[in-house]
Design a protein around this ligand. Structure first.
Ligand code: NAP
Length: 317
C-alpha cells in the first residue's frame, strides 16, 4: 500500500487518479485527519499503516500566485522546508522509502552553448536580444541537470521566498533514508482550472512572455510512480516533458485550438511586468529531463503533451 500525503491538492489529485487507474492500493491522508506535518503523529501513522512507499504532494504554494508566499513566510517555510525534513526523518525511522514533489523553480534561465563551444548560464531569457538569439538557435539551449546547483535560491539570490524554501527542502531531506526528489514545473493539462497553466495564460489580462520547461500533470504523476514501480535509483529527477516552450508559442497553440478570435496582450518587458503585475522575482527556466528518460521512464515531448491537451480541452463547468 502507498501512503499519499496532500491528495486534496492539485498535484495530489493526479497521483490519486493514477494510482486508482493502476489498481495500486493507496491511502490518502489529509492534515484534517492526521497532522502529518508533526513528527510523532506521522511516525505513529507510518508504524500503524506500514506503507511500502510514501508519496508527498503536500506543500505550501501561494494562491493565487507565488507573491502570496512573501506574506505567509512561516507557512511557506513549514510546508516546503520543514515538512520534507520531517517526512524524511519519520520515513527513515520507520524504514519506508518515499518520493517528494519538489519544483524546478529553484533555477532561472538555461545553459546556452556559446560560439566557442562552451556552455554558460544565461540567467535571464526574457531579454529581447537573448530570446531572439536562442529562438534562432534552439539546439544551443540546454536545460539544468540534477547536478547543477540551484541558481534561484537563498544560496544564490535573488529568488522568491517560495523558491528559496523549495531549494532548502531538497537540502533538508538529502542523505536521510531512501527517497526520490521529483521536480515539477508549471503543471498543465486538458482540464480548465485556475491552477492549470493553459487556463492561466487565457485568464491573464496581459501575458508574460518567457521560456520554460513544463510538466503535463498526469504525465508527471505517471513518471513519478514509474520511478518507484521500476525501482530506478534514488535521487533527484527533473520530471518535465522533454523540451521547452515560450509563452508566445503556448499562446499560438491556444489560439489555434480553442480561442482563434482571441487577441492576447503581452507585457512589454520585465520592468513593466514587475511594476504592475508581480511583487517577487519569477523563476523561468529550462530543465534537462535526460536523467529520467535514461533511467527508462517514458515521458512524451512537450509539444505532443501541449497539442493533446489543447485538442482535448475541457472548459471548466
Ligand atoms: N502547482 C504548481 O504550480 C507547482 C509547481 C511546482 C511544484 N509544486 C509543488 O507541488 C506540491 C503540490 O502542489 P499543489 O499545487 O498540489 O498544492 P495545493 O493544491 O495547494 O495542495 C497542497 C496540499 O498540501 C497539503 N498541505 C500540507 N501542509 C500545508 C500547508 N502548510 N498549507 C497548505 N497546504 C498544505 C494540503 O493537503 P491536506 O491539508 O488535505 O493534507 C493541500 O491540499 C507542492 O510541494 C508544490 O510546491 C507545485
Amino acid at each position: 500500500m502507498i501512503l499519499l500525503l496532500g491528495a486534496t491538492g492539485y498535484i495530489g489529485q493526479a497521483f490519486a487518479l493514477e494510482l486508482s487507474r493502476r489498481g495500486v492500493p493507496f491511502r490518502a491522508v489529509s492534515r484534517s485527519e492526521v497532522d502529518y506535518t508533526r513528527f510523532e503523529p506521522l511516525l505513529v501513522l507510518l508504524r500503524t499503516l506500514k506503507p511500502e512507499f510514501l508519496v508527498n504532494c503536500a506543500g505550501y504554494t501561494g494562491k493565487p500566485n507565488v507573491d502570496a508566499c512573501e506574506t505567509a513566510q512561516a507557512d511557506t517555510l513549514l510546508g516546503n522546508t520543514l515538512l520534507p525534513q520531517t517526512i524524511a526523518h519519520a520515513c527513515a525511522a520507520a524504514g519506508i522509502p518515499w518520493g517528494h514533489v519538489s519544483s524546478g523553480c529553484i533555477y532561472t534561465g538555461a545553459k546556452v552553448l556559446g560560439e566557442a563551444g562552451e556552455l554558460h548560464v544565461e540567467p535571464d531569457l526574457t531579454q529581447a536580444a537573448v530570446l531572439e538569439r536562442i529562438l534562432a538557435q534552439r539546439d544551443r539551449v540546454h536545460g539544468f541537470t540534477e547536478t547543477d546547483p540551484p541558481n534561484f535560491s537563498f544560496r544564490s539570490p535573488p529568488c522568491s521566498f517560495y523558491s528559496g524554501t523549495k531549494a532548502l527542502g531538497e537540502e533538508a531531506m538529502t542523505g536521510v533514508g531512501h527517497s526520490y526528489i521529483w521536480r515539477l514545473r508549471i503543471p498543465f493539462d486538458e482540464f480548465d482550472s485556475p491552477r492549470n497553466y493553459l487556463s492561466k495564460v487565457q485568464r491573464y489580462a496581459k501575458v508574460y512572455d518567457n521560456v520554460n520547461s513544463i510538466s503535463h500533470r498526469a504525465d508527471f504523476a505517471r513518471a513519478c510512480l514509474d520511478c518507484w514501480a521500476q525501482r530506478v535509483p534514488w535521487g533527484i529527477y527533473n520530471v518535465t516533458n522533454p523540451g521547452w516552450v515560450t509563452t508566445r508559442e503556448v499562446v499560438a497553440r491556444v489560439q489555434k485550438h480553442i480561442a482563434p478570435d482571441r487577441e492576447f496582450l503581452f507585457w512589454q518587458n520585465d520592468a513593466e511586468f514587475y511594476q504592475v503585475a508581480a511583487k517577487t522575482p519569477r523563476s523561468n527556466c529550462v530543465l534537462d529531463s535526460t536523467k529520467l528518460t535514461a533511467a527508462g521512464i517514458h515521458i512524451r515531448p512537450v509539444e505532443e503533451a501541449l497539442e493533446e491537451s489543447l485538442r482535448n480541452w475541457q472548459p471548466e463547468k
